[in-house]
Design a binder for this molecule. Sequence first.
Ligand code: NI
Length: 257
Amino acid sequence: MIDSHAHLDDQKFNKDQEDLIGRFDEDGLEFVVNIGSDIETSRASVALAQKYEKIYAAIGIHPHDADSYNEKIEQELIALSKEDKVVALGEIGLDYYYDNSPREVQKEVFERQLELAHSLNLPIVIHSREATKDTFDRIKNHLEKYPEDKVLIHCFSGSLETMKEYIRLGCYIALGGAVTFKNARVPKEVAIEVPLDRLLLETDSPYLTPEPLRGKRNEPSYVRYVGDFIANLRKMNLDDLLEKTAENTKEFYGIQA
Ligand code: NI
């Protein structure tokens, strides 16, 4: 199995990062994609991928940090993208829940990084919260312009209809712990309806720990709980789901492992 989205450079892993990564084999993890969210975590992500065989890196500036974006940061992202095992640009997008950066700046920086991803020929990992229409419109425009580009909606939290619209555009959908939460009715419907060849599993570690471990720190091996939960919802065999979603993850990120 694969965790398609984690933040192992987070300070919550300071104490046991090395041990935890050392357990990937026995936990049955084929690899983990570590995601950047600002320039520091993008650098950290690349460093982790260089140090550990089973880690790949994504780099990018999260909407929270959109107002830090400038020419210098963009040049560093370009330089980082040339490093080994950098497989995506992300997470990028829009977040109107926290509004940590002004919305106009978020939109501008999102559009700029979409273009950057295209010019670097990297798949794109999207973060969208409470910004469904503005995110969707930009991705739609992007894919109309560049139909070959690959886009993954990380931690998808929208409606069934929005999921279907993203699928029509050719996007991939990643689901994590939020699907397992008790009141998550719509995410469960989404988990049942996502076409199997478009679904990826993720943890977003150290956040969004799935049931029955909710409240604890999340870690990549818990992707199994997400898989188990979704396999039950879809009335399918867990191994089949893990195998198919792993295949989708490799296809999306272009990883031949
Ligand atoms: Ni994340």
